[in-house]
Design a protein around this ligand. Structure first.
Ligand code: MTE
Length: 306
């Protein structure tokens, strides 16, 4: 069953610490030619128990067909324009209800981060989907490092605002900067990662370099790119598409084939890059991750809180 997790590894198995990948070690091993894992583009990590068994899309599919409105509206615009963005140096401001607020350098954030390869489905609200071999680490790792205070109930994220380098931001097509948010329990869920790589290499800019969120059971717009700020808050934070059109884009944005977008059905999806065999497929509840996340929403009416 293609949409299930790897059957040889139980969900409750914890990836042993020794299997966690230190990016520097990986790059050194890759350079030394020590890695023999062709299926995973050379990444020297055991497949994560959290990975889907579906075949990843090609690197071209993942890097040439993007939504990143800071670089334009067309799917090809980010690949054309994202080279304009400088991602080094990069810092992420972490503030709000945390014990150790600060301006954290990216290097600092990545040092000791338990990097893994996570092959996740990404389901866009526009009814297309991709399978992406991310490299990243659980957001909970970072939140635990900075110390979440008891009053925190949500996590807010912001993308860089730099119209000089992001031509799409010169027009007010969205209320910049792009913002998103999660409830704290969603943010702490082991499926929620911060990705810094794809296909075993640093993220290309159009994919959200140098650090982006990936929340695989939610529509892609929750997976905010090029993050410069993470705030722990007591109140539900504003989220770009939800602010833009709350009837069409709920705060939760869980993938739910039973709740249509007001202007189109969400029952099926088109896998990008499928060529001639590109038949539409049924969209799964929580994008196929129901066993792992349905509990988070026990007692909620997901038709109202979509
Ligand atoms: N993040 C920012 N900052 N700006 C965006 O326009 N688009 C979102 C999300 N993150 C977007 C963003 C949408 S709609 C989707 S579907 C995913 O990024 C697409 O991710 P991908 O291009 O890596 O497939």
């Amino acid at each position: 069953m293609s949409h299930r997790f790897r059957p040889d590894l139980g969900w409750s198995d914890v990836t042993p610490k020794a299997d966690f990948l230190n990016r520097r070690q990986f790059m050194a091993s890759a350079a030394a030619g020590l890695i023999a894992s062709p299926a995973l583009a050379g990444l020297n990590a055991k497949p994560s128990v959290y990975s889907t068994m579906e075949k990843p899309n090609s690197r071209d599919d993942i890097t040439q067909y993007n939504n990143f409105y800071e670089f334009g509206f067309d799917k090809g615009d980010p690949a054309k324009n994202a080279h304009l963005l400088t991602t080094d140096p990069w810092a992420v401001k972490i503030d709000g209800l945390v014990d150790r607020p600060g301006n954290y350098d990216l290097g600092d954030i990545l040092t000791g981060a338990p990097l893994e390869e996570r092959i996740y489905r990404l389901r866009c609200v526009e009814a297309w989907s991709l399978v992406v071999p991310w490299v990243g680490f659980e957001l909970s790792h970072l939140l635990n490092r900075v110390g979440v205070q008891p009053g925190a109930k949500y996590v807010a994220f912001e993308t860089l605002f730099r119209p000089d380098e992001m031509p799409g931001q010169r027009r007010r097509v969205l209320d910049w900067p792009y913002r998103e948010g999660l409830r704290l329990d969603e943010a702490m869920h082991p499926l929620t990662i911060l990705a810094n790589g794809v296909y075993g290499e640093d993220l290309p800019n159009q994919c959200g370099a140098p650090l982006r969120l990936v929340v695989p059971w939610k529509y892609g717009f929750k997976s905010i790119k090029s993050i410069v700020r993470i705030s722990l808050t007591a109140e539900q934070p504003p989220a770009t598409w939800n602010m833009e059109q709350s009837r069409e884009y709920g705060f939760y944005a869980n993938v739910n084939p039973q709740v249509d977008h007001p202007r189109w059905s969400q029952a099926t999806e088109r896998r990008i890059g499928g060529g001639l065999f590109n038949a539409r497929q049924d969209t799964l509840m929580f994008n196929g991750y129901a066993d792992q996340v349905a509990d988070l929403y026990a007692g909620m009416d997901l038709k109202k809180q979509f």
